[in-house]
Design a protein around this ligand. Structure first.
Ligand SMILES: [Zn+2]
Length: 250
């Protein structure tokens, strides 16, 4: 991961501004990859690998300590949380080739491209089934055929009992533990316990947005005072820019 300079950072924000939230995270990772790297498209990475890269980016641009809050679903109390992105970035990553086998059916790990495919499905259980269908390698893949069965992924998965579906889900979590970042909350007021998923891409983008707007405000202040070009102001080091701003605002 390579940190972007201020001009490229603003360009990233400008491009991502128009995109679906899912694509913004991918764009941020892609923009910060070493240009010489021979990586596969980020959309095809297992979700845990994507989240790991987002945690690295978060550390690179904003430091490792991530603080946020949610609201207790029972009593409305504000519940704060804190997370060290370095710990997330150290989680072992799953390989894109990794396969899961449950009772003769074979699945690959979900990717961002799969999430994009199911993004319009509003029913969570339907979305989960569609995701499994996207990830089914066998029976789609004849090279992995078991006992000569010729059923399609569709007819098999949708008729599966819930326990078998749960087994696939459990194995996917084991194979790619960072694919979903769950946070546990214990409400100190009503003692309600809950679990929420942290969307790192959303979180990071909100911070990118905030920093981009601050940079624009700083460019505006310095350009108005000195008549300098945007590119010249963005090329200043943080220390110089902060000092000029102090003098302008004094
Ligand atoms: Zn509560």
């Amino acid at each position: 991961m390579v940190a972007l300079n201020h001009a490229d950072f603003l360009a990233l924000w400008e491009t991502g501004h128009r995109l679906h939230p899912l694509d913004r995270g991918l764009l941020a990772i892609q923009a910060s990859l070493n240009p010489d790297s021979q990586e596969s498209p980020v959309a095809d990475w297992p979700l845990g690998r994507r989240n790991r890269a987002l945690a690295e980016l978060r550390t690179l641009y904003f430091g490792p300590r991530l603080e946020g809050w949610t609201v207790c679903a029972e009593c409305g109390e504000k519940l704060e949380f804190e997370l060290d992105c370095r710990a997330l970035a150290e989680t072992p990553e799953a390989s894109a080739d990794q396969r899961i086998s449950v009772e003769g059916s074979i699945f690959r790990l979900p990717t961002s491209r799969d999430l994009a495919r199911i993004a319009t499905e509003s029913d969570p259980s339907q979305a989960a089934m569609l995701l499994l269908e996207c990830c089914a390698v066998y029976p789609k893949d004849t090279s992995a055929s078991v006992e000569g069965k010729k059923e399609t992924a569709h007819t098999t998965i949708w008729s599966w009992p819930p326990e078998r579906i749960d087994k696939v889900a459990e194995q996917m979590v084991q194979a790619d533990p960072l694919a979903e970042i769950s946070l546990g909350f214990d409400c100190p007021l009503c003692l309600h316990t809950s679990e929420e998923t942290l969307d790192l891409a959303d979180f990071l983008w909100a911070e990118i947005e905030f920093r981009a707007r601050r940079l624009l405000a700083e460019v505006h202040a310095l350009a108005s005072a000195y008549g300098w070009a945007e590119s010249a102001i963005l090329a200043l080091s943080d220390v110089r820019r902060a000092n000029y701003l102090q003098m302008v605002q004094a």
